[in-house]
Ligand binder design. Structure first.
Ligand code: UGA
Length: 437
């Protein structure tokens, strides 16, 4: 099938490459010339495991092209909207500028019977509004909503073989013409067993924000338990293991630590609350305010624990922060808890060095005032304390004896609860975890 993908960021670039891998003819469109130049040369403009290899593989087939020309839409029968919906400055609501601009720019090129597929995370009601615009332009064209559930760091696998497809169509009916078309787009994963659900438009939009709200709630729940464990002298990791053995609860997303960040969970729960307010249903989501507050409290808690770790004062202490990305296997630093903690420590007088295998360039753009060091050895050397804030494998595997020999004092705070406290204490370290006695 002939597909266009509008917006070539973390979502769109992966979607375009994966659609070509599934056998379709794909054009990726973006207003950012640098990004298009990189992608055209089969280089990933951001770090995502497996993406660059996939770009090289599919570009050889001639099935994947990139352009800044929105006119390319006219050659395709299906158009995926993959642009971002960040948080509005100074407000909780989502900024719809990019979605609106993408749809407005594509409309004049829309061919009869084509299908516009929204994948961006949007406030409920957006699809209905855009659907009217599409219908005014081309009465035979349709707009459907097909939310994306990929996780950064696993984006390629999540796109090629997702755990479900959700198709939101105007009448919520299996007989809607766009259903068969999307089934054809996704025929490979569907025949490999990926289930798909057909819903109406608002349900499909809500599925995405509801899923992210649930995940955020699960993380904040275990972080609230971590606060209790700290107060009661218990261990949140063992508590999570034990409650996670109940199938109804499950162990996934119960890792207590410095909390969630990234370009999705934080802004999605805020935009959801803002939209609920507009709909007169704000009471239903009041709990998300608490989810957000618990999450933000983790960051200040780490600053306090670091102060304790440094004998009560941060002034002049040389602190090395391991990790800048909001999670491992990504170079994304949007709302990264690690960077926010590093910046707070520096503001309070610590001498902070941040290291990360992939995210330093992005981190330096966002927090130019912090000091960065790519080489792990150099970053650690001479430090008074280590903070593990993003659980890259290379930090999980650190040897306490090797690291200790180049530090001034052997103190470590494990912000992700991934290290073995016994091993570090046995090597002579002062060790602090989160939610652990
Ligand atoms: C999230 C969702 O997981 C995806 O399903 C969704 O498609 C995506 O948002 C999106 O809306 O586009 P992502 O932002 O890539 O994906 O990251 P997650 O893996 O959800 O992690 C989010 C944050 O939670 C990270 O900072 C991570 O460190 C933190 N986290 C995760 C915890 O603190 N504890 C956990 O147990 C799990």
């Amino acid at each position: 099938m002939r597909i266009s993908v509008i917006g070539c960021g973390y979502l769109g670039a992966v979607h375009a490459a994966c659609m070509a891998k599934l056998g379709h003819d794909v054009v990726g469109i973006d207003v950012d010339e640098m990004k298009i130049a990189e992608l055209s040369a089969a280089r990933a403009p951001f770090y995502e495991p497996g993406l660059e290899e996939l770009l090289m593989e599919v570009q050889k087939t001639g099935r994947l092209k990139f352009t800044t020309d929105m006119g390319a839409v006219a050659e395709s029968e299906i158009h995926f909207i993959c642009v971002g919906t960040p948080q509005k400055k100074g407000e909780n609501a989502a900024d719809m500028t990019y979605v609106d601009a993408a749809v407005t720019a594509m409309l004049p090129h829309l061919q009869p019977h084509s299908v516009v597929v929204g994948k961006s995370t949007v406030p409920v009601g957006t699809a209905g509004r855009l659907s009217d615009l599409v219908a005014q332009q081309q009465s035979s064209a349709h707009l459907v909503w097909n939310p994306e559930f990929l996780r950064e760091g696993h984006a390629v696998a999540d796109t090629l073989q997702p755990d479900r497809f959700v198709y939101g169509v105007f009448d919520g009916s299996e007989d809607h013409p766009a259903v068969a078309l999307l089934d054809a787009v996704y025929s490979k994963p569907i025949s490999a067993g990926t289930p798909r659900l057909v819903t109406d438009l608002p349900t499909a939009e809500l599925v995405k924000v509801a899923a992210n709200s649930f995940l955020a709630t699960k993380i904040s729940f275990i972080n609230a338990m971590a606060e209790l464990c700290e107060a009661a002298g218990a261990d949140v990791t063992r508590l999570a293991d034990a409650i996670g053995m109940d199938d109804r609860i499950g162990r996934k997303f119960l890792n207590a630590g410095i909390g969630f960040g990234g370009g999705c969970l934080p802004k999605d729960i805020r935009a959801f609350m803002a939209r609920a307010g507009e709909l007169g249903a704000d009471q239903a989501l009041t709990f998300l305010r608490e989810v957000d507050a618990i999450n933000m409290r983790r960051r200040s808690r780490v600053v306090e624990l670091t102060r304790e770790l440094c004998d009560g004062s941060l002034l002049g202490r040389r602190i090395t922060v391991l990790g800048a990305a909001f999670k491992p296997e990504s170079d994304d630093v949007r709302d990264s808890p690690a960077l926010s903690i590093a910046a707070q420590l520096q503001l309070q007088g610590a001498v902070v060095t941040v290291t990360d295998p992939k995210a330093l360039a992005n981190a330096a753009r966002r927090f130019p005032e912090l000091h960065y060091e790519r080489q792990l050895d150099a970053a650690i050397s001479g430090a008074d304390a280590l903070l593990l804030l993003t659980e890259w494998n290379e930090y999980r595997e650190l040897d306490p004896h090797d690291v200790g020999s180049v530090m001034v004092s052997q103190r470590i705070l494990d912000g992700r609860n991934v290290l073995d406290p016994e091993k570090w204490r046995a090597a002579g370290w002062t060790f602090r975890g989160l939610g652990r006695a």
